[in-house]
Write a protein that binds this ligand. Sequence first.
Ligand SMILES: [Zn+2]
Length: 419
Amino acid sequence: MTPRGWALLTLAGLVVALVVAAALLVPWSRPPAPRVDQLAALRDLPAEQVARGREFRSALRPGGWAALAVGLLVALAFGLTPLGGRLVELVARPFGGHWTAQAVLGAMAVLFVADLFTLPLAAWRQTILTRYGLSTQGWAGWTVDLLKSYAVSAVIGAVALLGFYTVTRLAPRWWWALGAAGAAGLVVLLSFVLPVLVEPVFNRFTPMEPGPLRTELTALAARDQVPVRDVLVADASRRTRAVNAYVSGFGPTRRVVVYDTLLREATPAEVTSVVAHELGHARERDVLTGTLTGALGAAAAVVALYLLGSAGPLLRLAGVDSIAEPRAFPLVIALVTMAGLVATPVQAAVSRRVEARADAHALALTGDPATFEAMQRRLAGVNLADPDPPRWEFLYSASHPSTVERMAAARAYAREAGR
Ligand SMILES: [Zn+2]
């Protein structure tokens, strides 16, 4: 069998594995609470809060969609014309056009220049966050965060790019197999080291101070039989007023993190409700599941790239001989950007189901639907959420159930539990 035949077979295997993993690990059989209950929940929210959330989200919307459109247009302009390839050559010229300069500096220049086009929209977004009082960061802090994220991306990008183009040179016929394994390995490695290497670049994490709340949370985790060494507090307040919590990492790097803003804004019982939700993620191993499906997806993407990349018309548009050369990197980005547009709603749908399961876990663990609902109200109020966002936007990108869905789920639980 030819390498192309093997690639087709591998891609089929990866897609089957992804579908099986999604079917087994994603809680599909958990439909949202009835719409009637959602509408009742919406009526119970203060009209002023709903209006303010909607106004804020409407202010953000044009910039958000514009950033998506501009990002796509720039990726297509660079990738489906010889323009991007020329930029790669230009940047590598001072280095005698050496392939490593093309692979690392050239490719990163393409990403950076593309980013410059959407940067004004990111700045516009920041002015809206400031106007509505959600951001606590001045332009200096915002710029420092931006530069830090460039630095982190540059380090990870350089390793990935150098690795990838070394493999395409060493194994011109089989690079897709090594590349797929490498991409999958990188996803697993990044997910594992993210909490210990990347997150501390942006925030300081301190163990929660001893006291009644910490004792309560430790007891909650023990009751849930989730091994959590510590609950960490992130100094999110230096950037935002928004409240949040999350779990990241797996195995020895797994941690539950709450924003310091949450501790300031919410009652101890509400914090307990949030942490119970996060324990749900830990118990169901949602980070590990996300990592494994991400790794399968990344491997499939590399193989698909190899198969698509042998299509003559695409290569002619980009003015390159092979998808495996650094000058074709802009074409890779164009294909990845288009795939991302399709993957976004799928990932969002999976995420919403997983989040609904964590909500159900929190309700069962605390047995306190009233506090859970109060927490959802507070979360929506402080974060200026639209409690019942436009359907199309919700389906395309929402990672969590809407506020009214989560409130309605609490009411359904209360009815069943007879509380
Ligand atoms: Zn969650």
